[in-house]
Design a protein around this ligand. Sequence first.
Ligand SMILES: Nc1ncnc2c1ncn2[C@@H]1O[C@H](COP(=O)(O)OP(=O)(O)OP(=O)(O)O)[C@@H](O)[C@H]1O
Ligand SMILES: [Mg+2]
Length: 391
Amino acid sequence: MKFFNREKEIKEVLSVIESEPQLIYFIYGPINSGKSALIREIIRNRLDKLRYVPFLIDFRLRNIANVDNFIKSLFKVEENIKAESIKEYIKSVARFLVEGKEVIESISSIYAGVPISIPVPKEVLKGLFESKENIEKVEDVYVYIENLFSEINKYGKVPILVLDELQMLKDISLNGNRPLLKNFFQFLVGLTKVEHLAHIFCVSSDSLFIEHVYSSAELENRADYILVDDFERKEALEFIDFLTRELLKEKIVLSKKEKEKIYDFVGGKPVLLIKVINKLKIKTLDEVLSYLLQDEKAKIKMELEKFDYVKVKVLYENQEVEVKKEDVIEALRKFKNKDILKKDEVKAPVYYYLVRKNILFLDPIKEILKPQSRLTWHAINRALKDLNLVS
Ligand SMILES: Nc1ncnc2c1ncn2[C@@H]1O[C@H](COP(=O)(O)OP(=O)(O)OP(=O)(O)O)[C@@H](O)[C@H]1O
Ligand SMILES: [Mg+2]
């Protein structure tokens, strides 16, 4: 399917890319809001390929449990490039990467014109795993990447490193209790703020992770944040038109009232709008909407029911903290007549729980909490009503 709109966000990202690398950018937003689709669209179709060399690393595609997995996920062994020494190899890779699309597509670690991992010779990767200490391994990794990026810079081009689902690294430690992420961030700060070698975009759907990053001292003044939210009303209605053309080939025509009904029900989350339009091939609009609401409501009720049988705990500040059903209900009740709360209206462990369950989205920068979608907002209110928990 073609990509729809997001011109405002595209402009914001491109304006970052056009300036000298300075900060690490975090792209965040509610689940399924279209963060990954946006960054892929920019990298594939909106970049001047003569000026930039992008790498798109998606940690969600890999199972990352330790430092070795992390290293493997960054690199791809490139057998088509031969060289006498690492130095020569780095030069050849840089030349390959900057020489244009045709050459780029002939290398195996490249997908749809974008390198999906950083090319590396077999011997170098093997050497990395032979080091005993994790800390030595990652230092070698950083030196390799830094050299490759600075070689690319020599051609007057700027590397762009996109790290999708970066939160997958959050539980990995280098040695003892030294977190890998902290060390990796230091390296990324070096590439941006210190050396200005490359643009870094970290994408995450985990808003608690974004809150953690936002409050961490080592990234203060070294990072900035770009929100990719669900579509607002106007864009959502246009997206519905776009989808009826793309998916239904205009075989079904929706009235203005029907389109508004869809938005009022599910909101502007792309994936939900796609779901609704696709289901219209076999169901009526009312059937589709009531099915989606029923499904979302059932999930919330199931979560609430668990409190009657087990102690529910959530990880908060590295400690397991018990969350009480009454507090969760109290928080959810606040959404009766509004769809946004201030973060401090809900106790932290309670919103941690609700965010972990993908019921609420936390925007740590705006300090607000809101349901993950408009559909979720309706489902919260219907669930409370079903359980006789509203006054
Ligand atoms: N602007 C758009 N035009 C067309 N399709 C879109 C657009 N934005 C998102 N989509 C579609 O919606 C789906 C979800 O988008 P995507 O995976 O990018 O969301 P995400 O925010 O990265 O999700 P997650 O929170 O799981 O990481 C994808 O199938 C994608 O193709
Ligand atoms: Mg994503």
